[in-house]
Write a protein that binds this ligand. Sequence first.
Ligand code: FE2
Length: 150
Amino acid sequence: MSAHRTDLSAVARRWAADLDSWPVPLRFDADQRWYARLAGDVDHEVWALSWLPGQGTDLHDHGGCSGAFVVVSGVLTEETVAGTRLRPHRLPAGAGRRFGSRHVHQVTNRGPDPAVSVHVYRPALRRMTRYLLADGRLRVAEVAEAGVAW
Ligand SMILES: [Fe+2]
């Protein structure tokens, strides 16, 4: 990785630290996980997500993008594939995570409080694949065009 490239984790933290600068006001949606695109250019794209208790993603990749995310408030649980199982990682407010272009995960708010997070993808997210972990193996469930933050 070349040194002059923007640090995606630092970008996520900058947006996470300044909700007043968001072009779209934060909100929560009881029907589905809320998301909004905050910024983007040819290099990377920034999304805000909010999660009410119980809201989460399916198991997915990021269509070859690498990225980073940071939890603004609440607690998120990221699960990654470990052998034939999913391994949970608890991410409280302030915690962040970088991920590579082949990262597969699912993220859920298992806590009692609403959660907010900021996600940065490089390059901009175009496509992602949903997976199922069945009988200890990853199986493709669906390939979806982006327009939705994952
Ligand atoms: Fe993701």
